[in-house]
Design a protein around this ligand. Structure first.
Ligand code: SF4
Length: 362
């Protein structure tokens, strides 16, 4: 919802200031998707506002996974660019929205479908928040094809879709304010997570501006050599520098950080890799504040398409998912060494809505 535009209309219509609060409540909290349906505002104002759209974009398609635990929306922005946003149910009674903050991503991680599409532009705060608004309305809608949709509300928001949040911090920060505002979407800060690949100064910005939001770091490789090869961001923020940023974060917040670790067969899933990861975590002053989330790699047809068009094998084809046995071995090694670790269930792989699969194409 474009708040500035609504404010201007209210001003032009000489409406009292509390009208904005009524509109925000109806849209952000009650999930009303059409201004003409807001019964708390005067009829004349409703007819002026009905020319405006609540969402800043059009949703072209929604795909629902076979197990009914996730859905992916293809969103067409006003300038024709496309992004994707995902709804997942990691456990019964919980719906999480995974949102994008950029069209594409400049970080170019070799295993990520978004990274392969390149970077087009940053999303505005409105476009970011509207992804949550869309899913909120979708869950409330009776035609949603996912089971019986209980509960019909979004519990968590994760900035883990397309893009790197700290490269669009101004708009991401604005979106965080709307999402957490008790008069806005009213999410508790602890229900919101930001995921970063590691940008110099990024974690510091979060500590200063929004310390209660959860932080996740996409680590994936415990050695600079491999991280450099597959995640170009590491050249600007090596593992040692990342550690310094995280230690500062711990000093100020004493809050847990999640290390995301995608398991690739033979690339980062051996016992030696687990030992390297253990060594990295143990080098922290408070290793108990780090929690490793293991995710088995999901391949993407976007990578396959790239290969077919060019008739040659691209970097992405190197990546194969670890077996579940190997993932369990890796986790057990960390657990035996007193590192908090969980294997995360991959959701939405069949609709290419899982980690690393979003490409804004389907
Ligand atoms: S993994 Fe994240 S940071 Fe890397 S290219 Fe994909 S979206 Fe960007």
């Amino acid at each position: 919802m474009n708040i500035q535009k609504i404010e201007q209309i209210l001003k032009d219509q000489k409406q009292p200031k509390f009208r904005l609060g009524q509109i925000k409540k109806a849209v952000y909290q009650d999930g009303i998707s059409n201004f003409s349906e807001i019964s708390t505002i005067p009829k004349e104002l409703r007819s002026v506002l009905e020319k405006e759209r609540v969402l800043s974009f059009e949703v072209e398609k929604v795909l629902v996974s076979k197990d009914g635990n996730s859905a992916k929306a293809l969103v067409k922005l006003n300038d024709g660019n496309k992004i994707e946003t995902v709804l997942i149910s990691p456990k019964t009674d919980i719906w999480s929205v995974c949102i994008s903050c950029q069209v594409g991503c400049p970080m170019n991680c070799a295993f990520c479908a978004t990274g392969q599409t390149g970077f087009k532009r940053n999303l505005t705060a409105e476009e970011i928040v509207d992804q949550v608004l869309f899913w909120k309305g979708w869950l409330l809608g009776t035609k949603s094809p996912i089971g019986d949709l209980v509960p019909r509300r979004v519990s968590n928001v994760v900035y883990m879709g397309m893009g790197e949040p700290f490269l669009n911090w101004e708009e991401v920060l604005e979106s965080l304010k709307i999402l957490s505002d008790p008069k806005g979407m009213s999410f508790g800060s602890r229900s919101i997570s930001i995921s970063t690949v590691g940008i110099p100064g990024g974690i510091e910005k979060l500590t200063e501006d929004f310390p209660q939001v959860n932080l996740a770091v996409s680590l994936h490789f415990p050695q600079d050599e491999n991280r450099d090869a597959f995640m170009p961001a590491n050249k600007n923020l090596s593992l040692e520098k990342l550690k310094i940023e995280l230690e500062k974060y711990f000093q100020k917040s004493n809050r847990k950080v999640f290390l995301e670790y995608i398991l690739f067969s033979r690339l980062n899933d051996s016992e030696k890799d687990a030992k390297n990861l253990l060594g990295y975590i143990k080098s922290f002053e408070k290793p108990q504040l780090l929690h490793v989330n293991l995710i088995r790699y999901n391949s993407s047809s976007n990578n396959q398409e790239t290969r077919d068009k060019k008739q040659k094998i691209t970097k992405a084809d190197k990546f194969v998912s670890s077996s579940s046995e190997q993932a369990i071995k890796f986790r057990n090694y960390l657990l035996e060494n007193k590192i908090n670790c969980t294997i995360r269930r991959s959701l939405g792989a069949d609709i290419e809505g899982a980690c690393g699969q979003l490409a804004g194409k389907k």
